[in-house]
Design a protein around this ligand. Structure first.
Ligand SMILES: Nc1ncnc2c1ncn2[C@@H]1O[C@H](COP(=O)(O)OP(=O)(O)OP(=O)(O)O)[C@@H](O)[C@H]1O
Ligand SMILES: [Mg+2]
Length: 261
């Protein structure tokens, strides 16, 4: 997976506008941001089949802060790839903000990733030769937004994550926690419906972890929809709702974090 895959959109129809607000259904109810119905993802390795995710039905509404937690190999990243439209389902249905992902081709998937989802990763995935604001503007470059608006929105996003005084710093001139905040700013700059984070604190020390989690708390209070994947209970505890994955299956009960499994 390359940065291009993550941030590129459909360049045939450049559109400077931020993502549209989520549509409402005919009775005026909000459409869920994520709706997975009986989803499975199977990898074929020669004659062997790996059922990385199976029978997963999950609904996440606008404004929710959800942690997905499970042991290593339980299918968390597979689920993240499915939710992030980075991988196609083997079976089942997936609607993202009401749109059926199953019928989309590569170009449409790229467009949806660019407009609907902000990604944050354990490894930050920043380009080392670019300054903070140049990294943050990348999704807008792919979306065809004009130069001045790109810079203005990148600086705004960096200010929102507390890095208004570091916009010209390159990743190597920033601490790990600051680099992760640049990555969060980049995820937010396109005003996506969903912020999707896979082990975002995995490479941070405890202070930077706390700062990053406070930032997620604040983004949640501002009404963002956040899905955070982690194997750390202390991190999952910060979410409003915890979804447990085990052997590729979402556990039906959502016990409080820390409760015996
Ligand atoms: N590309 C692939 N091809 C074949 N099998 C895969 C592939 N990706 C993942 N798997 C298998 O699917 C299962 C789920 O893997 P996944 O990466 O989703 O786990 P995870 O919960 O993210 O683990 P971790 O906490 O270690 O990151 C594992 O058994 C893994 O070996
Ligand atoms: Mg993983």
């Amino acid at each position: 997976m390359s940065l291009f895959d993550l941030f590129s959109g459909d360049r045939r129809t450049p559109d400077a506008a931020p993502a549209r607000p989520l549509p409402a259904d005919p009775v005026g109810e909000r459409i869920p941001v994520i709706e997975l119905v009986d989803v499975a993802k199977t990898y074929r390795m020669g004659t062997q089949e790996v059922h990385a995710v199976r029978n997963v039905s999950l609904r996440i509404d606008a404004g929710e802060f959800v942690a997905i937690i499970g042991p290593s190999g339980s299918g968390k990243s597979t689920l993240m790839n499915v939710i992030g439209c980075l991988d196609v389902l083997s079976s089942g249905e997936y609607r993202l903000a009401g749109e059926d992902v199953g019928v989309m081709d590569e170009v449409e998937l790229a467009h949806v990733r660019n407009r609907r989802i902000g990604f944050v990763f354990q490894q930050f995935h920043l380009l080392p030769s670019l300054s903070a604001w140049r990294n943050v503007e990348l999704p807008l470059v792919y979306a065809g937004v004009g130069r001045e608006q790109r810079r203005r929105r990148a600086v705004e996003a960096l200010t929102r994550v507390g890095l208004g005084d570091r916009i010209d710093h390159k990743p190597g001139e920033l601490s790990g926690g600051q680099q992760q905040r640049v990555a969060v700013a980049r995820a937010l700059v396109g005003d996506p419906a969903l912020l999707l984070a896979d082990e975002p604190t995995g490479n941070l020390d405890s202070t930077a972890t706390e700062d990053a989690l406070l930032l997620f708390d604040e983004l949640h209070r501002q009404g963002r929809t956040i899905v955070l994947i982690t194997h750390e209970t202390e991190v999952a505890e910060r979410a409003q709702r915890v979804v447990r994955v085990r052997d590729g299956v979402v556990q039906p009960d959502e016990r409080p974090v820390g409760a015996p499994v």
